[in-house]
Design a protein around this ligand. Structure first.
Ligand code: 0WD
Ligand code: CA
Length: 423
């Protein structure tokens, strides 16, 4: 991989040279970068992202509209973590944390090993929505609320948006996505907007019609993790153990994208357990597998498609590096490589008409502004369903007391019995 380290996607005006991680703004919002809610014209002409014919009804996803300065994105801060065990039970601790063990430069990992006889697969028909994050919030409410100002206009939790990192990843990649649409449900409750994904018909169809080969290849990523992770800081990986995809360690981070205060959680594969390792989330390592790159065309596709998703997923929580395993068609890992997230924008620079980090971040920011403008009724029983299909605008519909409701009664009641009365 390329070893140059120049940042190309962060404008000088929001770039803090003295900060250790230069990809993130870590001071308060620079007014120059504050997004004016939804009706301002874009820098490059054309129509504004929000359709002017019918104000607030649709949001454009055209890339050109988002080719502006990189928005202020504060360095993500880990505010907690939680674990899900082999039976998908929630624990308000880091018991599922795993430790990275550096692989041999030319490993011979067989990713097919254990698929038939040592694999416990999570039931992906069970929709957990935001439940694990909500459980974490209830258990750690005092931590979050302690930083809330007394201003009556501020949300009770002190954040504007609560969601999964994976949902934000989908938003970041939307301007470049040509295959899969999405449905995102949004509910405003006590001043905080909760965003939870709803499975599309197409995604449900794909899930119900996976080939045996596809099912097996989905296992390969988890098997790779098992080859590189130890359960204990001084332990070794156990490749003869069972792979159980119910198990997860999730970080909870807080950050700010322009004027949106975000709280989100994401699954983390492992951490660097060495004595020099930085504090979380900078110590975390994302593990990935990908097909071996043999031709210039394959390299170009890797840069254009895979690195976009990898970058978006890790940039959001401030995970600084990916360890990638390149495998042959039989699932044998032929090499591994460390990819620094901060160097990805440089790696892709020579690709013609390639994706741009600023477009991803600006679109996400505008989408959140759009949602906050549209969703005004503070009511856990109201869902605004935002819908997007490739080559279309984002549109929405409103649903009251339907199965789209995703804030469970235990959460709504738990928040009501909070020591802080509603504003
Ligand atoms: O039930 C649901 N519909 C959802 C469940 C929606 C969103 C999240 N979740 C759960 C996942 O099961 C997982 O525990 O949240 C956790 C992950 O959330 P995330 O970090 O926001 O998701 P994402 O960034 O898309 O995925 C991170 C990792 C994946 O790693 P790779 O390297 O493949 O991107 O989480 C795992 C997977 O290892 N993962 C899942 N594991 C089991 N079932 C799933 C899933 N549906 N999605 C992601
Ligand atoms: Ca992974």
């Amino acid at each position: 991989m390329d070893q140059h380290g120049r940042k190309v996607h962060h404008p000088p005006s929001s770039y803090q040279n003295h900060k250790r991680n230069k990809d993130y703004e870590s001071v308060s919002v620079n007014p120059e970068h504050k997004r004016v809610r939804q009706s301002h014209p874009p820098h490059h002409g054309g129509s504004p992202p929000v359709s002017s014919a019918s104000p607030c009804r649709a949001l454009s996803t055209r890339r050109q509209l988002y080719e502006k300065d990189f928005p202020v994105y504060k360095q993500p801060v880990e505010v907690g973590s939680f674990s899900l065990d082999g039976e998908r039970r929630f624990f308000n601790d880091a018991r599922q944390m795993r430790y990275f063990v550096k692989p041999h430069p030319r490993p011979n990992f067989d990713l097919r090993d254990g698929y038939k006889d040592r694999f416990v697969k999570r039931d992906d028909g069970v929709k957990e929505k935001l439940d694990h994050i909500l459980r974490w919030i209830l258990a750690n409410r005092s931590k979050l609320q302690s930083s809330v100002s007394a201003a009556s206009s501020s949300p009770a939790l002190g954040v504007d948006i609560v969601t999964w990192r994976g949902h934000l990843t989908k938003l970041l990649t939307t301007p470049y996505e040509t295959q899969e649409g999405w449905l995102l449900a949004a509910t405003l409750f006590r001043g905080t907007l909760y965003i939870s994904e709803v499975e599309t018909e197409a995604s449900r169809h794909d899930r119900d019609n996976r080939t045996e080969r596809h099912e097996e290849m989905m296992y390969w990523g988890y098997k790779f993790e098992q080859y590189l992770c130890a359960d204990d800081i001084k332990g070794s990986p156990n490749p003869v153990g069972v792979v159980n995809t119910n198990e997860a360690f999730c970080t909870v981070v807080q950050t700010k994208l322009a004027d949106h205060k975000l709280l989100f959680s994401g699954e983390v594969d492992c951490r660097d357990g060495g004595p020099e390792a930085p504090a979380a989330p900078a110590c975390y390592i994302e593990l990935k597998t990908s097909a071996e790159i043999c031709t210039p065309k394959q390299r170009s596709n890797f840069h254009r498609f895979k690195l976009l998703k990898w970058w978006a997923q890790s940039f959001l929580p401030g995970v600084p590096r990916i360890v990638a395993g390149f495998r042959d068609p039989d699932g044998l890992v032929v090499g591994t490589e460390t990819i620094q997230i901060s160097k990805i924008s440089h790696l892709i620079k020579n690709e013609y008409n390639c994706w741009k980090p600023t477009v991803c971040m600006n679109f996400c920011c505008e989408f959140l502004s759009f949602v906050r403008t549209v969703v005004r009724e503070d009511n856990p029983r109201v869902v605004h369903l935002f819908s997007w299909d490739p080559h279309q605008d984002v549109t929405y519909s409103v649903h009251r007391d339907t199965t789209y409701c995703f804030l469970p009664p235990w959460y709504v009641e738990g928040m009501a019995s909070s020591s802080n009365p509603p504003h």
